[in-house]
Design a binder for this molecule. Structure first.
Ligand code: ADP
Ligand code: MG
Length: 632
């Protein structure tokens, strides 16, 4: 509990006790009685009265404070002192509960992830000193001991260890890190001592960026939240006018028809409807549910940048996936090296690896791994990567190129067609064909199940788009059971394919694009929802996407959809429940069967139930995923 919340709690207790005392003391004189009850009333209500007054001055008349002020002042004016004070009391209890729940869920999100480092160790005069991570400059050597969190991104300069990334990814597979490896903040060091040279300041490290992203996610409001805000704007004044009518019209009719006017009875009924109509339960429980959903998702390594995206995800019926790195591992094995006459296999592989040196495409990494030797980058110049084609460069003063058939076509170089299925990297030197390297990628384990789970979660079509050759694409599509496949696409073609699908789908349905963030940023932003996967350490993907899957398990897509559906279900339950109870109570209050006590119980009760329901969004049981983990 914060200081502020404790203060409110003390006021609640004090006021409740004093009200009780006032009830016990028999005082006949009405002004003294009023004066006595004013003490507990003002103790509990002064801030609400002040806010209502300021609201009126600023022209924002109709809010909850106004409702509460009018209702309680009215009750007191009619001599219902206990009721007036009690309404304020319960209202404050409700507000306290609310602010506690919101604060708790906000902390929960970050606590669930548990990645915020408290300190960084640096060495001073041979001793380890703990300092604030914020104060560590780039290039400082920090020491991370077993059991500690890596506080800042950097490169290992000595030591080796395995790192637990589960707080970031929701998966418990450890990663090995040794000398020269980049490590990202938020992982937990499990075995050896690591000396790390920091490559970023704390504020730009992975941990800070992720925490920022999650904490700011409440800024992007969903349609349900906006609906509630708009609803409250019309609803409260409407209720006030209704209450005024209830207070004035029936007595006026009574008088006109010659009956006793019964002013006080009707005014009490009007005030009761004001208390009932307070929209707190709705206003609070909806953002709270989204908060819960976003928090629950981040505990599973799924970062959602705003509740609007969670809402869109729940309506996703088309999932369009990139192939390489998304559904397949993106780790290619060299299957065949076929040089033309006069060139050796080693030379061909060397040329390819050199030309690919600066590319960050998965193909490039695989070729460099297959080559295995260190690359002397002084032999290279004028490197150009052509998206969806390949790379050209000047190597030892000669023009060289490595890429697919399209690249060779562009360079007007005839190439041989391999017979085996696989991704082809053709190599040309000095405008002459040098041969091809056939590489093959493997489907991610669990990708097939992931496609099936997406469909079980309500996705109508799973589409695969790829820049890879047709035969490869079709083989993969067959293996995974996707509904539709388009191959040999340039990044721009992927955008137009997505646009065609966007036109074809219904207006309420959403299309999500899932990619690895490497050269698919344009599609990520064109789709209704961009999902980047394998983002651990990939900054570009975190920027471009709306939802970020920290690890690269495609099964997380179905998990994310499941979480979003559950959250939206809770939101709708809360809206329907709160409105139904409100309208029922309003009707009863207007005809006078519900007194102010019931009104306040209804209001606070509905709110508490709605908030507890919202808290369910935080927990999502992923049965299929758990089963697979057990099997593994
Ligand atoms: P996807 O991710 O769908 O496979 P990309 O646009 O990343 O599509 O790549 C499409 C194709 O372009 C690849 O299959 C490959 O043939 C070729 N290509 C792209 N970049 C490179 C590269 N750096 N080296 C060789 N070929 C490349
Ligand atoms: Mg790609």
């Amino acid at each position: 509990m914060t200081r502020k919340q404790k203060k409110v709690l003390i006021r609640i207790i004090l006021s409740a006790v004093l009200t009780g005392v006032c009830c016990l003391i028999p005082v006949e004189h009405s002004y003294i009685r009023l004066g006595m009850f004013m003490i507990p009333y003002l103790i509990i209500g002064y801030d609400i009265l002040k806010k209502a007054f300021l609201g009126i001055i600023h022209g924002e008349v109709f809010d909850e404070n106004f409702l509460m002020a009018v209702a309680t002042v009215g009750a007191i004016a009619l001599g219902e002192y206990v009721e007036g004070t009690a309404v304020m009391l319960f209202y404050q209890i409700g507000e306290l509960f609310q602010s506690y729940a919101v604060g708790k869920s906000r902390r929960n999100i970050t606590a669930l992830m548990d990645i915020r480092p408290d300190y960084a160790n640096i060495e001073q005069d041979g001793e380890l000193v703990q300092v604030d991570p914020d104060e560590v400059a780039v290039g400082t050597v920090i020491i991370v001991q077993p059991g500690e969190k890596v506080p800042i991104d950097g490169v290992v300069i000595s030591g080796s260890s395995s790192l637990n990334t589960s707080a970031l990814t929701g998966e418990s597979l450890p990663r090995e890190a040794g000398e020269g490896d980049e490590v990202i903040s938020g992982c937990v060091n499990m075995s050896g001592v690591l000396r790390i040279r920091t490559s970023k300041v704390f504020g730009e490290s992975t941990v800070s960026r992720i925490l920022d992203l999650v904490e700011n996610s409440s800024m992007k409001k969903s349609r349900s939240e906006n609906f509630i805000t708009r609803f409250a704007r019309y609803y409260t004044p409407a209720v006030c006018i209704g209450a005024l009518a209830l207070a004035v019209l029936p007595p006026a009719v009574n008088m006109a028809t010659g009956n006793p006017a019964e002013w006080s009875q009707w005014i009490i009924r009007a005030l009761t409807t004001l208390v009932i109509s307070c929209p707190c339960a709705l206003v609070i429980s909806i953002p709270l549910s989204f908060f819960g959903g976003i928090g629950g998702a981040s505990a599973k390594g799924i970062l959602v940048k705003g509740s609007n995206y969670l809402e869109a995800l729940s309506r996703t019926t088309y999932v369009v996936c990139d192939k390489t790195g998304t559904l397949t591992k993106g780790v290619f094995e060299v299957a065949e090296v076929e040089p033309v006459e006069g060139i050796s296999k080693e030379e061909l592989l060397e040329t390819a690896a050199y030309v690919e040196n600066y590319s960050n495409h998965p193909i490039s990494k695989s070729l460099k791994d297959a080559y295995g030797k260190t690359i002397d980058s002084t032999r290279l110049s004028d490197v150009q990567e052509i998206s969806g084609h390949g790379v050209t460069a000047v190597l030892d003063g000669r023009r060289a190129a490595a890429g697919n058939g399209k690249l060779m076509e562009q360079l007007q170089i005839a190439c041989r067609k391999p017979e085996k299925t696989g991704t082809q990297v053709h190599v040309a030197v000095d405008g002459k064909y040098a041969g091809y390297i056939l590489i093959s990628d493997v489907v991610k384990p669990g990708a097939k199940e992931a496609v099936a789970e997406m469909k079980a979660a309500g996705v109508k079509q799973v589409v695969m788009l790829t820049g890879d050759a047709r035969n490869v694409a079709e083989a993969v599509a067959e293996e995974l059971g996707v509904d539709m496949v388009r191959s040999e696409l340039l990044p721009a073609d992927k955008v137009s394919e997505v646009e065609t699908l966007l036109d074809a789908k219904g207006s309420k349905e959403k299309l999500a694009f899932v990619g690895d963030g490497i050269n698919d940023a344009p599609v990520l932003s064109r789709a209704d929802l961009g999902i980047a996967m394998g983002a651990l350490g990939a900054d570009a993907a975190i920027e471009a996407a709306d939802i970020v899957l920290m690890d690269d398990d495609p099964a997380k897509i179905a998990t994310a959809i499941g979480i979003s559906r559950k959250t939206l279900r809770i939101v709708h339950q809360n809206i329907v429940f709160a409105l139904a109870v409100k309208f029922a109570c309003l009707a009863l209050g207007a005809v006078g069967t519900l007194n102010m006590w019931w009104a306040i119980f209804a209001d606070v009760g509905v709110m508490i139930i709605a908030v507890l329901n919202a808290a369910r969004a935080l927990r999502y049981q992923d049965k299929k995923m758990d089963q697979r983990h057990k099997a593994a």
